[in-house]
Design a binder for this molecule. Structure first.
Ligand code: FRU
Length: 486
């Protein structure tokens, strides 16, 4: 039987058995079973397409397929048939991550063919492949695959996750690789997406930036160049690098003539628990939009018991702020999700806990504190269950830290993440809650924190709180959001 049909059938059967308790209402997920990285983000014939690493046969990772959704507005997504299944010898152990481009009306996917030489010992033989489509739904693998058969001298068989873009007359491809324990990004160039010329190493670890760089992406942002990637093996340091693997970036100047990339230090892109393998694309409004995998390898994923696992983050627009730091905010279209609006208070002096009953579990909250007029040592909000459960977002004045505590909402171990905010004048929070996820955007995207939560209790409401003193609340408004999948 055709491998795609077989996968589709397995998926439809799995869908019937799903338990909905943690299903998300407005995020990209598969109809059932496992997903990880976002792949092939692209706008094609006026619609947004997103693919994802998918195992349609099981709620655990396995031979990778490419799942597929599309949308007209980055908000309402529709599932399409599985786009790629591993069918050929060169990809026998999976169609791994990659990207997509519109090549004169032909939607072209560029992905990694994975072969396990010895899976236990992590020895791989990876190559780069192409598949094309005229309708954006059905894909044909190139006869000449793999188009890059072997890694360069500077790399190894860990050679994956091609991101392709056009500059001038040429296509460029950045890939992640490693040599020994040095993670790197390497660059190629092509006139036709088929024949690729190796240009060299774009950037590599100095010994502190990880043993393998996954899912690189390279783009211009507000006049600078950004190398975004997901390094494995950076050691935790205080509030930094606390997840198993990270996603972050280097900002600098790039010269296409010499392939020289002069950049600053590595910066984590998000400070929550579940944010990885992030990719971006440029849309026809000129926006640089990013989407990530909203989970982390080896973390506790209770939705597996329910027959599904994994989701992608909300689409977020990237801009370059002061000090070459990326600002990340949800795309403006997400206001389309808002169903009802309620302003709880404005310009209110808070001297004790303020509780608001909100039973819905698909929410956007806007909470602003005037810190200059706040004497309290800490302020924040708790999203409370009917009993003991809560997810807490707290700002500590003394050290200017924003703290996300999920230890009482399903992350009993290692439930806390913290990060510094620059301003001590204003705290403005935009928080998206979608049953089993929380995404926090603080001070206009200066900081974001993304985590999965797994509450078992019904929702009771949201509490504004403070510690020792008074607080000036500028605004507390919330919206009940729509479930796009119902
Ligand atoms: C990142 C990653 C990629 C790889 C894919 C496999 O999460 O490990 O490097 O292509 O997942 O599913």
């Amino acid at each position: 039987m055709d491998k795609l049909l077989q996968a589709e059938e397995a998926l439809q059967n799995a869908k019937k058995k799903i338990n909905n308790r943690y299903r998300l209402g407005y995020h990209i997920m598969a109809p059932a079973n496992w997903i990880n990285d976002p792949n092939g983000l692209v706008q094609y014939k006026g619609e947004y397409h997103v693919f994802y690493q998918h195992h349609p046969y099981d709620e655990n990772w396995g031979p990778m397929h490419w799942g597929h959704v599309k949308s007209k507005d980055l908000v309402h997504w529709e599932h399409l048939p599985i786009a790629l299944a591993p069918t050929e010898d060169y990809e026998k152990d999976g169609c791994f991550s990659g990207s997509a481009v519109d090549h004169n009306g032909i939607l072209t996917l560029i992905y990694t063919g994975n072969i396990f030489i010895d899976q236990e010992k992590d020895i791989l033989d990876q190559s780069q492949c192409i598949a094309t489509s005229n309708d954006g739904i059905h894909f044909t693998k190139e006869i000449a695959n793999p188009v890059i058969t072997r890694h360069p001298e500077e790399g190894s068989g860990h050679f994956r996750d091609p991101k392709v873009w056009k500059h001038g007359d040429y296509w460029y491809m950045v890939l992640g690789t490693r040599k020994g324990d040095i993670g790197k990004a390497v660059l190629y160039k092509s006139i036709d997406l088929r024949k690729w010329e190796y240009l060299g190493v774009l950037a590599e670890s100095d010994g502190t930036l990880g043993y393998m760089w996954e899912c690189p992406d390279f783009f211009e942002l507000d006049g600078k160049y950004v190398l975004l990637f997901s390094p494995q093996g950076i050691e935790a340091k205080g509030d930094l690098y606390n997840n198993l693997f990270q996603t972050g970036y280097l900002v600098g100047e790039y010269n296409y003539e010499t392939n020289e990339f002069v950049h600053g230090a590595f910066i984590e892109l998000d400070n929550g628990h579940d944010f990885y393998a992030v990719q971006t694309f440029l849309d026809n409004k000129g926006r640089r939009i990013s989407i990530g995998w909203m989970d982390m390898w080896e973390s506790n994923m209770p939705s597996k018991e329910d027959g599904w696992c994994g989701a992608l983050t909300l689409p977020r627009e990237l801009k370059l702020g002061e000090d070459n730091k990326i600002l990340m905010n949800p795309v403006e279209e997400l206001t389309l999700l808002r169903e009802t609006e309620r302003t709880v208070c404005k310009n209110h002096i808070l001297s004790s806990v303020y509780f608001v009953e909100i039973k819905e579990d698909l929410l956007e909250l806007r909470v602003e504190f005037d810190l200059a007029k706040t004497s309290a040592e800490a302020v924040g909000l708790k999203i409370c269950g009917i009993n003991q459960e809560k997810t807490t977002i707290m700002y500590q004045k003394e050290n200017k830290k924003l703290v996300l505590d999920c230890s009482k909402s399903g992350k009993e171990e290692d439930g806390i993440r913290s990060t510094m905010l620059k301003s001590d004048q204003l705290l403005s929070l935009r928080v998206f809650i979608d049953r089993s996820s929380i995404e926090i955007f603080a001070n206009d995207g200066e900081v974001s924190m993304t985590s999965r939560i797994y509450p078992k209790e019904e929702r009771l409401g949201v509490e504004l709180f403070l510690e020792n003193g008074e607080a000036q609340v500028i605004d507390f408004t919330y919206w009940v959001l729509k479930d796009i999948w119902r």
